[in-house]
Structures are given as C-alpha cells and as structure tokens.
Design a protein around this ligand. Sequence first.
Ligand SMILES: *Cc1c(COP(=O)(O)O)cnc(C)c1O
Length: 390
Amino acid sequence: MDIIEIENKHGAGTYAKQNLIIVRGEGASLFDIDGNEYLDCASGHGVANLGHGNKKVAEAIYKQASTLITLFESFPNDQRAMLMQKITSLVDGLDRVFFCNSGTEAVEAAIKFARLSTGRKNIVAAMRAFHGRTYGALSATFNKKYREGFEPLVPGFSHVSFNNIEALDKAVNEEIAAVILEVVQGEGGLYPASVEYIQAARRICDERGALLIIDEIQTGFGRTGKMFAIQHYGVTPDILTCAKSLAGGVPMGAVLIGSRVKNLAPGVHATTFGGNPLSCAAANAALDVIIGEDLPGQAAAKGAYLMDKLKAINSPNIREVRGLGLMIGIEMKQKVAPYLKTLQEKKIIALNAGMTVIRLLPPLVITYEQIDRLVEALTEVLTSEMKNAE
Ligand SMILES: *Cc1c(COP(=O)(O)O)cnc(C)c1O
C-alpha cells in the first residue's frame, strides 16, 4: 500500500501534502512509519496542547465510548453538565456555553448570536484575521487567499487595521452587532494585540452597544501562558470562541457566552453532534490535565525560556521574534518555506504563518531538553544562507 499515492489519488486535493507518513505520537514527539522521531512544534495547528498519546484522555475516551457516545443536547447528560460547569468556571463573566464540533462552527454560532442578540447586522473584524473557512467565519477572515473563488460572502462584514484604536473607533457605530478579534493573530502572522487596543475595543463596544467576540480557538487552553489569552488583558468579552485543544484532540468547539447576549431561546441554533458525551468526556479529562499539571504556567515558563534563546540567535536573516507563551513567531526577511523544509530534514516539524513567519506551537508538555534541541536546530537553520530562498 503506497499511502502517499493513495492520498494524492483519492484526497480532494485541497491540502498541500508533506512527503511524510506519521503514524504515532507521544508527548511532543511524532513518529513516522519507519519509526523516525520528529519534534512536533505544530501541534496540529494548536490542537495537541497536552501532547500526543495522553493516557488520561485516552482512558476517558475509551470509557465513555463503551458507555454512551451520542446524545442530542435536548437530553441532559452527566459528562456534559460536568463540562459546562468546568469550562464556565475558567473565565469570569461567561456563565453559559454552546457546544459544537470545530472552530469555524464556534465562530458561526458567535456571529449568529451577535446578530440575534443585538438585532444589528454588521460585524467588524481585523485585517490579517483568520476565523475559519465556512461562509460566516470566512467573511470575518481577511486574507483574500482564503476568500477568492468563493464570493459572494456574507454581507455586513468590514475589516479594520489591527492594533489601531482610531480605526476601530471610526468603524464601530450603532449598526455594529459585534467586533471580532483574535488576541494573538495566528494564521495572519503571529501578532499579539496590545493591552491598550483590547481595552479600547471593550470600551468602544460598551459605548456603542456592540458585543465583543474574542476568538481563542488557537490561543486557548494554556497556549499563551494563561488559560485564555484574554486573561493577559484584564478584559471580559461578551462571547469567547474556542475549539482546537479543548477536547485533547477530539473534534469539539465551544462558545462561551456572557450576560449581555440575549434571545438565545430553544430552537434558534443547534448542531447534531454538539455536546455529545464522547467529546465532553474527552474535554473533561483534557481540562483536568491542563489544570492539574498547570499547563498554562508551564507554557509561560517554557515560552519565556524559548523566547530568550530565540532572541539571542544572531542572524541577519531574522527580522523579529514575537509571541506570547508557547505561541511564537519568527519573522524572517525572506520566504520561510525553505527554512521549514530544512527544519523537517533536521526532524523538527514547524509551521508558517503567512509567507515570512515561522510559527512555533509545540505541545505545552514539551521538555526543556526538547526546547534546547529545537533552539539548536533553529540556530543552524536560521543563520545559514537559504539557497533557494526568494
Ligand atoms: C483554527 C482557527 C479557526 C478555525 O478552526 P477550525 O476548527 O479549523 O474550523 C478559527 N479561528 C482561529 C483563530 C483559528 O486558529
């Protein structure tokens, strides 16, 4: 069986495939079909915060799978109730939750709730923002590479320059249902928001009666050194979207909802798999690990350690190193594809964020020895001339 050939033949063709067959994971390590070990600094785009092969999550999945996998949310369930309690206790002021199955679905729900709640149509998002690929979320997403070929998108969306208080102030009026922002822009190039910006966004939304939606799909569950990135900013949003690492790798999304969100009556929104006991059990176990092992604290400490070492790399090829916790971007002066390829030859799997940023999203359980190995490889790669770099 030629695995790569089969995927190339039968896949839809929508993914640029790596020439690497991954079959197993353990902690921050991934293993290919020949048993070669790779250091995972991508975490499936921020899904594997707990690392791979976590035994507590695996046991919870097995146990729940043999107890009850599926149950529509109209019937209460022990695992779901437990998760509702747990997830709403993570951040002050967001006491209700809508469960779904992915990030983009969480953003769809957030947009629908904002329009329904305010009776207004328009949504302000940021330039460089990424919020997902379904129509509502795609309309909030900025980069034309995701949008082209799919128009017309949903009407009512506009984009303002990120971290620019004046632009936001101008864009938000009494017709705006919500402002949606990432606190650290992930796909868009790894740009953290300034504290002043997020606090101004809160104030502007309050003044004009708009809701503030914070998209924590990539930044959530310890990634940035706190449970949610918004907790660095002293601001409570009206709606917080999360997904990716919520259920330890099992597909799940959630929308946390504050008291200003109105009109959420039976029937206004639903999804078949939402709040299914299997995903809830996985999420309960994952959150127990995140809290019990203080993964946010680990991300803060390891992120600071890694950031210091990266900033000390002396290379004319590096423009800037920036980030928050274990969400780090290295902006290069050239395209990063050749760097990522060379890193992979050195058994490091990393991501890009746009054309010129290397993005590091390792599992939060990465060890200091593994961080040192990463720094060593990066130092070699980033200080050398890239032959085919444009
Ligand atoms: C990944 C991501 C999404 C989309 O999530 P999917 O599960 O891929 O639909 C939305 N917003 C942000 C910030 C993301 O990083």
